[in-house]
Design a binder for this molecule. Structure first.
Ligand SMILES: Cc1cc2nc3c(=O)[nH]c(=O)nc-3n(C[C@H](O)[C@H](O)[C@H](O)COP(=O)(O)OP(=O)(O)OC[C@H]3O[C@@H](n4cnc5c(N)ncnc54)[C@H](O)[C@@H]3O)c2cc1C
Length: 155
């Protein structure tokens, strides 16, 4: 990491570096308290399959801002509603991303061949990243395909 940072011209030393794992979604959580909400990476919203974190960070940031605005306007349930919105609109699909990740990372070599190298898979993943498809729409078929390719003689 230091080597990479130096290559791009950053002046860093080992002492000045703090490393941390990407905080992947691993189940719905309470994202609010009395006067605060969690959004983005701090809320562990990154996709457990692709590690995509920018889109959920922007999405939750916008929803958090709306909730704070409503709370300041006197809506006592606004922050609670924020948790519900994130869990329903993001968490519900991350359940499927988590299931797919479970199948994908179990046998990554085979999964890479079946799930990444195929042009159709790239198209599907692009649509997911653009928000045009949800994991829920494709997960069952994808998991079946991945599972069958793990069987002896099929990989
Ligand atoms: C190497 C790498 C590659 C990635 N690639 C992708 C990718 O291709 N696509 C994708 O979607 N996601 C990617 N991600 C994940 C994505 O970068 C994060 O999920 C996303 O940036 C999180 O956004 P955020 O605003 O929640 O947090 P951050 O972008 O981490 O922003 C938090 C900010 O708060 C500041 N901060 C922290 N503590 C304090 C403090 N006490 N006071 C004031 N400021 C503070 C930090 O300096 C930082 O600027 C990648 C992550 C990594 C590490």
């Amino acid at each position: 990491m230091i080597e990479y940072a130096q290559q791009i011209g950053a002046n860093v030393s080992q002492d000045g570096l703090l490393e941390g794992a990407i905080s992947l979604w691993d189940g719905d959580k309470n994202l609010h308290t009395q006067n605060a909400v969690l959004a983005g990476e701090a809320a562990s919203l990154s996709d457990p399959l692709s590690a995509e974190g920018i889109r959920p960070s922007i999405f939750s940031g916008v929803k958090a801002a709306e909730a704070i605005d409503e709370a300041l306007g006197g809506n006592g349930d606004a922050l609670k509603k924020y948790t519900q919105i994130i869990n329903e609109e993001w968490g519900a699909d991350m359940v499927w991303a988590g299931r797919l990740a479970g199948a994908f990372y179990r046998f990554p070599k085979v999964a890479y061949k079946v799930g990444v190298k195929l042009p159709a898979a790239t198209t599907v993943m692009s649509k997911i990243l653009c928000g045009e498809l949800r994991y829920a729409d494709i997960a069952s078929t994808a998991i079946k395909k991945l599972s069958s390719s793990f069987l002896p003689g099929r990989g």
